[in-house]
Design a protein around this ligand. Sequence first.
Ligand code: FAD
Length: 411
Amino acid sequence: MTIESVVIVGAGHGGVQVAISLRQEGFNGRIVLLNDERGLPYQRPPLSKAYLLGKIGETAMLFRPQSFYDEQRIEHLHDRASHIDRRNQRVMLVSGGAIDYDHLVIATGARNRPLGVPGAELGGVYGIKTKADADALSIRVKQARDVVVVGAGFIGLEFAAVAAAEGANVEVLELGDRPMARAVSSQMSALFADAHRSWGVSFNFGTGIVALEGEDGAVQRVITSDGRRLLADLVVYGIGVVPNVELAQEAGLDTENGVRVNAELLTADPSISALGDVAAFPCVQNGGALTRLESVQNAVDQGKTIAARLVGKPAPYAALPWFWTDQGNLKLQIAGLSVGADHFVTLGDLPARQTSVLCYRGDELIAVESCNRPGDHIYARKILARPPALTRAIASAPDFDLKAWEAASRA
Ligand code: FAD
């Protein structure tokens, strides 16, 4: 069947990319982009970094200006999808209307996992997901004296670095025994823990939060799982996300840890695709296991894959995953997935915090983590995307250089 209308639910990184790529691919039909947030669609990464620090403004975060959506005939609607009527290929809107689709893209992303402890509703307690969160936090962080960050993942640590730079006392609570444990090697965790400590951040590993206490509706203390009461006039939590699967679930689609899609990012309904933070797809780099990735690269590349399929160029999604985080003066870039890594080779200057950790599963290079070595990251992406294999023996040689090896391996 010819596709004449595509409705995209969610105007984040993935949803907007589908719309852009459809036009780039020559799609001439109707495109409707449903946005349940205020204003024009924007990028999320600066919310916990440059935008929070006031280094970039609102306009710099926008994907495109209004004129782009007008010129490209992308109908950008401020509305929320409430229900999918699969039989009639129609999306019902919270405002009361409905839009018919030939193809529907579920790009609803994920929401912050709530703190779920007594006192979580107090003023001064924030997750960071939207521009509205960052706007409120950018004022609060300048006034805060005692900041408690719950969760030492990317977002928690990005905020911890900002709060420390603003002069606050920062305590980080983390149930695990090292920062960013889900995403990076213990070598890289140690480097970042040292860096944060040098910026004045204190870590409390193996420690959770059991309650928040306050007065007059404002948070004042955090009660930790080991019974301490930490002063806190600002609490920021980053303890993971919950995919926004409800729309798909109510429509009868499979939604275990994300909307289940096949290698081409199609759900079991051939008229519905899903992508980005909300989608669980068979990931080549994770042995084909259903995987949900939370990154800009994943949402954007999946958007391109879906748009290409809709104009008749189907291909399995196989892009190499990559991620980044900015904390203080450190930029960490990760190429590949380090799940199951058991051997590590470190390159560069560890004390200067300019280092790359090559992560191996057996003798197979599966990921490269680069701190303040952007060149290594670029070459790592090339090396991981194609053979020949960079073995541990080669990488462990004195003075080994990724750039030189990548160039030689192509010759
Ligand atoms: P989103 O961008 O979250 O967009 C989903 C949109 O759908 C949202 O606007 C949501 O409100 C909307 N929506 C949900 N339900 C409905 C509905 N029923 N109707 C209409 N709209 C709906 N990734 C990186 O790679 N590097 C980083 O440095 C980085 N930093 C980050 C910092 C922060 C503070 C956050 C929150 C995320 C960060 N990420 C980073 C993750 C990255 O932003 C996400 O992986 C990416 O945004 C996922 O894109 P998406 O399109 O799947 O979802």
